[in-house]
Write a protein that binds this ligand. Structure first.
Ligand SMILES: CSC[C@H]1O[C@H](OP(=O)(O)O)[C@H](O)[C@@H]1O
Ligand code: ADE
Length: 292
């Protein structure tokens, strides 16, 4: 049992966490390069929240240039116990209309060329990822969103594309045939890296558009997406307040908190010193007590 500390990754249209008590903006260095920006840490009631804007303030970073490793590393360094990501998503299903929320539970990764692991080169780990989303946090976040007044779909498969362009119509139809429900550009490798950092991850998507499969005339565009996101940003922020109010007083341990115990395949006497040095936060629970 322990305290909750929720890391929030704010996506398109959500560049500020809203009112946090005792809020402080802090620049935290990462061993994996430049994060998207400083974090804002503060409390809602008894629960600590630490927020980072995924694309940076002013939306400077495209999905391909977000340093996902640095962002997760920084949140881990801040001591977060769980991550709630908030994203703009396109809908691939008629029933998931713009303005509704989706608590994503599965992911398909179509991104290319992004750094997708903290490990390799001197210390190899293979974490299980069959269920990339933490059902506990996802359920709590979905309930919080409902209490805040949102219509929430409690599961959905998200296909992560590389972007930055939106999909072709043929791709959009293909993803629907694959069983994807929603589409975005950022949940991968974010979810992979959260798992490697032993952080339960949940993703609350806000549907902003129907991508391009549905209507031959009205294709997705960024202006419409941002209008929906702006209209929903306060709703997203009130989800955080509701979440803080509804979290159990004590946080029960999750199997994800110790997932590296079953994932690191390289024996400690072969661990590379340089690799270890930058894993001091992500795998700090394991590597800091190892004699080198
Ligand atoms: C602004 S439209 C496309 C952009 O929005 C989504 O970002 P995020 O997941 O950070 O909310 C999508 O993944 C694209 O990056
Ligand atoms: N249709 C779409 N495709 C990819 N990313 C998105 N983010 C919001 N809408 C999207």
């Amino acid at each position: 049992m322990g305290q909750w500390h929720i890391g929030v990754i704010g996506g398109s249209g959500l560049y500020e966490p809203g009112a946090l008590e005792d809020a402080q903006e802090i620049a935290v260095n990462s061993a994996f390069g430049e994060p998207s920006g400083p974090v804002t840490t503060g409390r809602i009631g008894n629960v600590r929240f630490t927020f980072i804007a995924r694309h940076g303030k002013g939306h400077r970073l495209s999905p391909s240039h977000v340093n996902f490793r640095a962002n997760i590393d920084v949140l881990k360094r801040c001591g977060v116990t769980d991550i709630l990501a908030i994203s703009a998503i396109g809908s691939l299903q008629e029933t998931m209309a713009p303005g509704t929320f989706v608590a994503v539970d599965q992911l398909i990764d179509r991104t290319v060329g992004r750094d997708r692991s903290f490990f390799g080169n001197g210390i190899v780990a293979h974490v299980p990822l069959a269920d990339p989303v933490c059902p506990r946090l996802s359920g709590l976040a979905a309930s919080a969103a409902e209490q805040a007044g949102a219509t929430v779909h409690r599961c959905g498969t998200y296909v992560a594309i590389e972007g930055p362009q939106f999909s072709t119509r043929a791709e959009s139809h293909l993803y629907r045939q694959w069983g994807a429900d929603v589409i975005g550009m950022t949940a991968m490798p974010e979810a992979r890296l959260a798992r490697e950092a032993e952080l339960p991850y949940a993703l609350l998507g806000m549907v902003t558009d129907y991508d391009c499969w549905r209507d031959e005339k009205a294709d997705v565009d960024v202006t419409d997406i941002l209008a929906v996101m702006r209209a929903n940003a306060d709703l997203a922020r009130s989800c955080l307040t509701r979440l803080a109010q509804s979290l159990p007083d004590e946080r029960e341990a999750s199997p994800i908190d110790t997932i590296l115990d079953i994932a690191i395949i390289t024996p400690p006497d072969h661990w590379d010193k340089q690799a270890l040095a930058r894993l001091d936060a992500v795998a700090g629970r394991i590597v800091t007590n190892v004699p080198v």
